[in-house]
Ligand binder design. Structure first.
Ligand code: URP
Ligand code: ZN
Ligand code: ZN
Length: 457
């Protein structure tokens, strides 16, 4: 006779190729049965009639507790992971923080130690290379043995960026080891000219954040990086793609043979630079900046055509007090927005319900593709026998609104406040353990693990 720790019955289970009404049986943290009308004993049974059952979502781009000059982003691994659980996110891929002169291995160890014991969801890391790349190249193979798959480089930010020669060196070394380079694509020369032009004229209101970093800064960086990736025949992942111009360059590069992965974020699909004109416009400062409606539409189109591989959040929240530190001046305001808790509800409401993308596309963007690209499969990535029992039960038939009172992160404002959001999360399960049960957090004793640990030696 079957014995389950948890049995989810009569739900509409979301698979990469569509939805099927099936029961899901869980034991010892894994999915062990998928069938119609499962029979057997179960410690816990949930009736998921008229509910969607998703694999746990993966937010492949978060910044929990990162230092920006003399403050930290508002969510640490505890508060950020609770917010994530309420958004159905059961795995995050965050970033290491390399201090000037620090080795990559050291930066990885310290981030791993920050997350362990604090995070209630599973986690992995992209390794940021922001200081003396040449000196630490030999550590790349060691990091890959520790389960790291991806390394992020910047084409802008004084003291963090790489030049073209360094970019090539890292691309070659990472590709040799079957790793992946991720790029923050903004051209530093153009950004510096833009900021200098407005700041020197005393134009420091939030809207000048967008005007000083126009889409051409992204397009030029995408173009340069893709040319190098093509020459070296190495794959490249562009993070937080924000503009139609950037997308156009990425399409050209793919047509010319580049092996490109593209990521965008809800803020580039749903918000525009008009937000910078609001009285609290400086709260919306994030990099790359918000763009025009036309850019949002181009990115939605690329999602619909499967040209974008991943939607992630770039979750990097700051409180109102933190955002106010620069007196509203764009170049003094900490950059970043909250997002991890609203990722799925926003894509479900404005993507699936408004028929811009299908439910299986949504599940590919938030689960299968990040799991594959970042080598978290087969434990993560789909509802399948033997996979981790990371499961979300979603009631789609509830009208809701995004409201700061109902959110769980440490930011005390939200860029989507008051926006319609269809559906309600009822359960979040991580490796068979409840994090959210009937809409309440019950995961105090549940600790997430390093999700790439199985790959490590
Ligand atoms: O402004 C943002 N999004 N800060 C996070 C760092 C980054 O570049 O992704
Ligand atoms: Zn970035
Ligand atoms: Zn980021």
């Amino acid at each position: 006779m079957n014995r389950f720790d948890l049995c989810i019955k009569h739900g509409e289970v979301v698979f990469p190729a569509g939805v099927q009404k099936l029961d899901v049986g869980v034991a010892n943290g894994k999915i062990i049965s998928l069938a119609k009308d499962l029979s057997g004993e179960s410690t816990e049974t949930i009736d998921a009639t008229n509910r969607l059952v998703f694999p746990g979502f993966i937010d492949a781009h978060t910044h929990f507790g990162i230092p920006v000059p003399d403050i930290q982003s508002a969510d640490d691994f505890t508060s950020g992971s609770i917010a994530a659980a309420f958004g159905g996110v059961t795995t995050i891929i965050d970033f290491t923080v390399q201090q000037p002169g620090q080795s990559l291995l050291d930066s990885f160890d310290s981030r791993l130690n920050e997350a362990r014991g604090k995070s209630h969801i599973d986690f992995a890391f992209h390794v940021n290379i922001t200081s003396q790349p040449e000196k630490w190249l030999q550590e790349i193979s060691q990091l890959i043995r520790l389960g790291v798959r991806s390394f992020k480089l910047f084409f802008t930010y004084e003291n963090m960026m790489v030049n073209e020669r360094q970019f090539r060196l890292v691309m070659e070394k990472v590709a040799e080891q079957d790793g992946l380079v991720m790029l923050h694509a903004e051209d530093h020369r153009l950004v510096t000219i833009g900021i200098g032009k407005y700041v020197s004229a005393g134009k420091t209101a939030p809207i000048y954040h967008a005007l000083s970093r126009p889409p051409e800064t992204e397009a030029l960086a995408v173009k340069k990086a893709c040319r190098i990736a093509r020459e070296l025949d190495t794959p490249l992942y562009i993070v937080h793609l924000s503009s139609k111009a950037g997308l156009t360059e990425a399409r050209r590069a793919r047509d010319a043979g580049a092996k490109l992965f593209l990521e965008t974020c809800p803020q580039y699909l749903l918000l525009t630079k008009e937000a910078y004109l609001k009285p609290n416009g400086h709260y919306y400062i994030t990099t790359p900046p918000l763009r025009e409606k036309e850019d949002c539409e181009a990115l939605w189109g690329a999602l619909a055509n499967d040209e974008i591989d991943v939607v992630a959040t770039d979750h990097c929240p700051f409180t109102r007090l933190q955002k106010n530190r620069g007196n509203g001046e764009f170049h003094k305001t900490p950059n970043g927005l909250p997002g991890v808790e609203t990722l799925f509800p926003l894509l479900f409401t404005y993507g699936v319900q408004q028929e811009r993308i299908s439910i299986d596309q949504l599940s590919r963007l938030l689960v299968q593709n990040p799991a594959k690209i970042f080598h978290l499969s087969p434990d993560k990535g789909k509802i399948d026998i033997g996979a981790d029992a990371d499961l979300i039960i979603w009631n789609p038939a509830v009208d809701n609104k995004i409201s700061i009172e109902k959110l769980h992160g440490n930011a005390d404002w939200n860029p989507y406040q008051g926006k319609k959001s269809s559906g309600r999360l009822e359960y979040t399960v991580l490796c068979g353990h409840f994090l959210v049960k009937e809409g309440r957090f019950v995961g105090d004793t549940v600790k997430g693990k390093y999700a790439a640990g199985d790959r490590a030696d």
